[in-house]
Design a protein around this ligand. Structure first.
Ligand code: FAD
Ligand code: FES
Ligand code: FES
Length: 1294
């Protein structure tokens, strides 16, 4: 593939690997081709991970390195994304840059819609997209709100996060030219068959249709590779081997477009973007009634995959892939399309119910080739609908997708023809023929339709354990999509004056225009020196290098001599004894060794909280305890050979009984990691007797995959003497990585140095898991005496490294009629997986935050970490708090519903007020919490918008709006006091340049940028003189994990301490020469033998929690915030859009508002993903199904709130942290739940239209599936619910 060629052969490492399957956009590059027929050059963005290098003959490839560099000149796209603060960890940035660059090459002044379309397939886990969009927006002609008239922006007077006036202009004449030799090559008519030979596969590219036919006839099993978006993933993820691949991209007949009086023949080789532009060009040229099908296809194409996929995926390929949820096939079939097929002769075949046979199979013979596809015009009175519902609005395969066509007898409502096809309802595209039979010849009215729904329900049945799950939802979607089509048809019949009926509501698409948002922060005081960067919105210090692709991540480190690559072999069973046979793997070419537990010289077992965790499962002795547990590792000369070696390892399993998967299983079998924790204040039992009303409820919160864009990566190099090892790792905790390796190899820690330059996103997932993986890598390096690199593929990373803990919460609450909550008893069951990891501390943090913002006098919490046979879950931004608080807030929502009062009122009534004490007896002032709440209400115009929402809901039956406002009180720092230490080492070199090292790792959160600001203030020098190269255990020892939102608090203080020491040492020099420069002072200091190097240390607060006494001071202080969200929900599909978000956050005096706002927005979006989108699905046998971005959906640009306002609370001081700032990395994740509660609010409005009132259950995430089913529409009510226990569900509800 192009990606490995770029990265490994050309050493162009700016293009990143994020998933390998076309789902993340990190590998985006631009391909340009010359088209001799039109003498034009076309440019398009592609995913390099799916692009076969042989396919590129005659094409020019532009990578991020090609468009700009810090060594020459950076490109405006790179500059604007960086300076608009659109790059945090930076791992997604080159991909973003290239998607935008390709767009600008085609359209230098794009619209906002063009931009969001171009970025739809690029995932970013850090930023929340708003700053990326704002940076890109500056290329639009109108890139501000212009509400001040005269082209002025309303934001102009407020402090801005970036100054767009300083941006380089975009000058298209300065772009790279297309290589002239490629034009000459393309124009030469002397085309020759090309053949490339690989290790196991040959590639042939014929030049004519005849040759193609001959090749295919003699090799019917060889695939025709066009876009490779189906064949490629099959090779990569399913291990399919094709000895011969045929590439027909140079066969011109496959790209012909022919117009006829009946419609248009489109070459099957045309890619989907070309098909879309063709149809968009044709549609306005004909009367509307003729282009119904064209327009339906355009709608579907806009939402199919991503731009990068559509730019290569071919029309013929989509048809022939016969995917169950192809978006095109149902529309093509319903629209009476046909294909022209060639083999030994030509024939035309209709795309109808006989065409799609089963999964991936059509009626065509293996040797047949689709040359073109006929898309007919529609007739007057003929309407075509194309509707889809997907887990995410864009860049996601549909859950159910449909094409529907109806043709009416002349100027009547009697149906003459009808055709309905669905995707997502069987192994391939299926026809609803019986339903059509029930409609045809009947009038299109309620009676006919209502009969049709019944027939459809019967016709498209799904067994309760159908693959893909979501059975009730999928079945209800078939009905509600037909209903939506009905509404469209009625509207059109009325426009044609065929009917005069009063129409039911017209359902418009959800709003989608991302508007300019506000980011409000305070200017630094007028007295602050202009040279002092603290408090200013300084760009992330590596943003430009990240945008140019020069920033070096672990896997970008050049290969060292003799380096080996490692892959691990994991258990396929959840609970079994194993026997291992590695002999075949060892015989394979390139395989150097297989590492098993026996090879570990030191400890294979690490003990935490009294529980053992093995690095590698011990063959024959021990059992495996989850699918994905590491058993052995294969080291080979290349990645490919290591992977083949791993596939050849044979493991025999002897299943052990009774695996435990769910919290309920664990409760039943009492499978817990001890101790279980309890905390209470007051006496809930007594208080329950005194209250007006009691209520019990339950909510289940799913886990969450970290989905850091850079997968776990490490490189271990044996130095060659005295058992010394150099380790480069993408680790949030270099010290633990060092210690774990030393323990595993049975050497002292002083022989291991761990270096972390930057991490492509961590979010807690690289705290404890990386050291385990690095330890196995170190064993391989030690055993082979060669450097070993281990970079997890996305699927393995998701399988092995665990996620956020799913939590089951059960509550009982007692409250008064006036809204006061008097007592609450809450039980938390977190699903820890098979090892304890940090699960106990997470349970503790859940219990400590259970009160959130509320002063409930009688509060009782019980928390247990369930021991299950699933991969071991670990820390994740928020460390249990986002799950724990949800349960309290859900309980409050129930109370509000029971009392018939708005939830915000009940929240306000119960909030802490005045000097307060938590349930663990920590004193605090909630003043700023209440300020955030009140100011958020004002800024969001809460009460007026609430009324508008209620009015909207009265006027709409099938769309509802919902609103929610929620507070957070989040404790900062580690309750385990020893983890709050910070360390620093600052060197001043003789030229005056300063090198700072500290204990924190840079993972996008901007810690190095803030630290640079701290050093700049303390040394009184510009940030340009200060450099931070890396975090390493040989410069700052015994560091704490960079976590708990405490990195800058601890290390910033340590750096301050070191810099103050140095500055004081220079005092005599300064006094001698007050007018001297920094450089002259340093020079003088050297000659006066003053040490120019200092360590800094910060012990951090002595925090503690005494669980026996149930009291403590576990936090240094609280960060507060309030978030108000409004959503619009399509009740028929469960699809929603966040219309507006207002976030008011108290972070004291921000050291860097752009970095902090970036953390706020990014955390909010991660929370939005957690509570509304992201679902980890496990098979009934404990296998994680969702192992890549195709199955697991994190928020994309389409999920950004349309207005996303962030305000930093003014005039807030915090004596407990550096320069009065506050930690902000984690707290806002929880506020993503305001989207969940806004959805719940909208669902409640829908339910009340169905006559349902009172609390109802909605588990998190509130996916379209859950939201739609909870709306309880007439369609969902029709679906029979299978009795739990009567079938084996496709996926577990963990
Ligand atoms: C990340 C991702 C997201 C996607 N999202 C969607 C989506 O939302 N909706 C959707 O509908 N699809 C989606 N797809 C699927 C994509 O549209 C199809 O994979 C694509 O259209 C197949 O075309 P291709 O040219 O890449 O096929 P290839 O992989 O090149 O070939 C696929 C198969 O088609 C055969 N074939 C190709 N052309 C011909 C021909 N002319 N005659 C006979 N046989 C032929 C080949 O032999 C091969 O077996 C997605 C794919 C990816 C990777
Ligand atoms: S790595 Fe290519 S799309 Fe993810
Ligand atoms: S900045 Fe986008 S993934 Fe980190």
């Amino acid at each position: 593939m192009l990606l490995s060629f770029l990265r490994e052969k050309l050493r162009l490492t700016g293009t990143k690997y994020g998933c390998g399957g076309g789902g993340c956009g990190a590998c985006t590059v631009m391909v340009s081709r010359y088209q001799p027929a039109t003498k034009t050059i076309i440019h398009y963005a592609v995913n390099a991970c799916l692009l076969p290098i042989c396919q590129l003959h005659g094409a020019a490839v532009t990578t991020v390195e090609g468009i700009g560099s810090t060594k020459t000149r950076i490109h405006p796209v790179q500059e604007r994304i960086a300076k608009a603060h659109g790059s945090q960890c930076g791992f997604c940035t080159p991909g973003m840059v290239m998607s935008m660059y390709a767009l600008l090459r085609n359209k230098p002044q794009p619209s906002m819609d063009d931009i969001t379309q171009a970025l739809a397939g690029n995932l970013c886990r850090c930023t929340g997209y708003r700053p990326i969009v704002d940076g890109c927006r500056t290329f639009c002609q109108a890139n501000c709100c212009q509400t001040n008239g005269g082209g002025d922006c309303c934001l102009d007077e407020k402090p801005q996060l970036f100054n767009k006036d300083e941006f380089l202009p975009l000058d298209p004449t300065q772009e790279l030219i297309f290589p002239p030799e490629l034009i000459l090559m393309a124009e030469s008519s002397n085309l020759k068959t090309l053949t490339f030979y690989g290790e196991r596969t040959s590639w042939v590219s014929p030049t004519s249709l005849d040759e193609l036919v001959q090749l295919k006839s003699s090799n019917p099993k060889a695939p025709l590779v066009m876009g490779n978006t189906n064949v490629g993933p099959d090779i990569k993820f399913k291990g399919v081997l094709h000895p011969l691949i045929i590439s027909p991209t140079r066969v011109v007949e496959l790209f012909d477009v022919t117009h006829t009086a009946q419609g248009v023949w489109v070459g099957a080789g045309c890619n989907l973007s070309e098909v879309q532009s063709l149809l968009e060009k044709l549609a306005p040229q004909f009367p509307k009634e003729k282009t119904e099908l064209f327009r339906a296809l355009i709608r579907q194409l806009r939402n199919l995959g991503s731009q990068q996929i559509r730019n290569v995926a071919s029309l013929g390929g989509n048809i022939m892939s016969a995917y169950p949820n192809s978006d095109l096939n149902p529309v093509l079939a319903a629209g009476n399309c046909k294909v022209s097929v060639v083999s030994n002769g030509r024939r035309e075949v209709h795309l109808n119910q006989d065409f799609f046979v089963s999964f991936g199979k059509t009626v065509l013979k293996p040797e047949e080739i689709i040359v073109s596809v006929f898309i007919p015009f529609t007739r007057e009175g003929e309407f075509v609908g194309a509707l889809r519902q997907a887990p995410r609005k864009e860049a996601a395969f549909a859950t159910v997708t449909t094409g529907m066509r109806v043709f009416f007898s002349e100027r009547s409502r009697v149906v003459q023809e009808v055709s309905i096809y669905y995707g997502g309802m069987g192994p391939t595209t299926v026809s609803a023929a019986k339903t059509c039979a029930a409609i045809v010849s009947k009038p299109w009215d309620d009676e006919t339709l209502s009969r049709a729904y019944d027939v459809l329900l019967d016709e498209l049945d799904l067994p309760p354990s159908a693959p893909g799950g979501k059975v009730e939802f999928r079945r209800s979607l078939t009905l509600s999509l037909l209903f939506k089509f009905n509404l469209e048809v009625l509207q059109k019949l009325r426009e044609m004056n065929v009917i005069k009926d009063e129409l039911p509501e017209r359902i418009r698409p959800l709003p989608r225009d991302i508007q300019l948002s506000l980011q409000e922060f305070q200017h630094v005081s007028k007295d602050q020196s202009a040279h002092d960067p603290v408090g200013r919105p300084i760009m992330h210090r590596s943003a430009i290098s990240q945008a140019t692709g020069e920033a070096v991540y672990c896997d970008d480190i050049p290969k060292t001599d003799g380096e080996l690559f490692m892959t691990v072999v994991t258990s396929a069973r959840a609970h079994a004894k194993i026997t291992l046979d590695v002999s075949e793997a060892l015989r394979l070419p390139g395989v150097v060794d297989v590492i098993t537990a026996k090879d570990i010289p030191g400890k294979n077992v690490r003990t935490e909280f009294g529980y053992d965790e093995e690095l590698l499962a011990e063959s024959q002795v021990e059992s495996v305890s989850c699918v994905g547990q590491m058993i052995c590792a294969v080291v080979a000369d290349t990645r490919v050979h290591a992977k083949r070696g791993a596939a050849a390892v044979k493991i025999s399993y002897e299943d052990l009984p009774d695996p435990v998967f769910t919290a309920e299983d664990a409760i039943e079998k009492s499978s817990f990691f001890e101790p279980r924790r309890v905390i209470w204040r007051g006496n809930v039992t007594e208080a329950f007797k005194t209250v007006d009303q009691l209520h019990e409820g339950e909510i289940r919160l799913a886990g969450q995959e970290h989905f850091y864009m850079e997968t776990q990566s490490m490189l271990v190099i044996p130095v060659g003497e005295e058992t010394e090892f150099k380790v480069y790792a993408s680790s949030q905790w270099p010290t633990l990585t060092q210690e774990a390796i030393a323990e595993t190899l049975n050497i002292p820690s002083n022989r291991v140095t761990c270096h972390v330059k930057r991490i492509g996103g961590g979010f807690g997932g690289k705290v404890t898991k990386t050291p385990l993986l690095a330890s196995v890598t170190a064993v391989a390096a030690q055993k082979t005496s060669r450097p070993v690199r281990f970079v997890l593929e996305r699927g393995d990373d998701m399988l092995i490294t665990g996620a956020r803990h799913p939590v089951l919460g059960r509550y009982k609450v007692g409250f008064m009629k006036d809204g006061r909550i008097v007592a609450a008893d809450i039980q938390y069951y977190s699903n820890a997986g098979h090892t304890i990891d940090e699960s106990l501390m997470i349970v503790e943090k859940i219990l400590l935050h259970m009160d959130n913002a509320y002063n409930i006098p009688n509060l009782h919490g019980r928390g247990a970490a369930c021991r299950t046979n699933l991969p071991s879950n670990t820390s994740f931004r928020g460390f249990g708090v986002p799950q724990g608080i949800m349960i309290m807030e859900n309980m409050i929502n129930d109370v509000a519903v029971l009392l018939g009062r708005p939830a915000d009122e009940i929240r306000e009534i119960n909030m802490y007020k005045g000097p307060s004490v938590t349930h663990y007896k920590m004193e605090f002032s909630p003043e700023n919490m209440l300020r955030c709440w009140n100011e958020c209400k004002v800024k969001s115009d809460f009460s007026n918008r609430r009324k508008a929402v209620d009015q909207f809901n009265q006027q709409n039956r099938w769309k509802k709006r919902g609103m929610a406002i929620l507070p957070i009180k989040y404790g900062i720092a580690f309750a385990e006091g020893q983890f709050n230490q910070g360390g620093a080492l600052v060197h001043i070199y003789k030229d005056g340049s300063v090198l700072v090292t500290h204990g924190g790792t840079e993972m996008g959160q901007g810690i190095h940028t803030k630290i640079q600001q701290v050093a700049s203030r303390e040394l009184h020098i510009p940030t340009s003189k200060i450099y931070i190269s890396e975090t390493s255990t040989n410069t700052v020892p015994n560091t704490c994990p960079t976590a708990a939102s405490f990195g800058t608090d601890a290390n910033g203080m340590a750096v301050k301490n070191a810099c103050m020491t140095l500055y004081q040492r220079l005092e005599p020099i300064r006094q001698k020469d007050p007018k001297g420069s920094w450089e002259s002072w340093i020079d003088a200091a050297y000659f006066e033998k003053i040490s120019l190097s200092a360590t800094g240390y910060h012990g951090g607060p002595d925090l503690y929690m005494d669980w026996d006494k149930m009291e403590g001071q576990p936090y240094a202080y609280f960060t507060y915030g309030t978030c108000c969200c409004e959503v619009e929900l399509d009740c028929l599909t469960g699809d929603y859009r966040t219309v507006r978000t207002d976030l008011m956050v108290d972070i004291g005096r921000s050291v860097n508002p752009s970095v902090d706002i970036g953390q706020i927005e990014g955390a909010f979006m991660q929370g939005l993903g957690l509570y509304t989108l992201e679902e980890l699905k496990f098979s009934p046998f404990g296998l994680l199904y969702t192992r890549g971005p195709s199955q697991y959906k994190i928020p994309a640009v389409c999920d950004t709130p349309l207005r996303f306002n962030v305000y930093l609370l003014p005039d807030s001081d915090n004596p407990h942290a550096i320069y009065s700032s506050k930690g902000i990395g984690e707290p806002i994740v929880f506020l993503g739940s305001s989207v969940f509660f806004a959805i719940k609010d909208a669902v409640a409005a829908a339910r009340s239209d169905s006559g349902l009132v009172g609390p109802f259950s909605l588990d998190s995430p509130a996916t379209p599936e859950r939201a739609c089913l909870a709306c309880s529409s007439p369609f969902t009510k029709k679906i029979p619910v299978s009795k739990p226990g009567s079938f084996k569900p496709w996926a577990l509800n963990i």
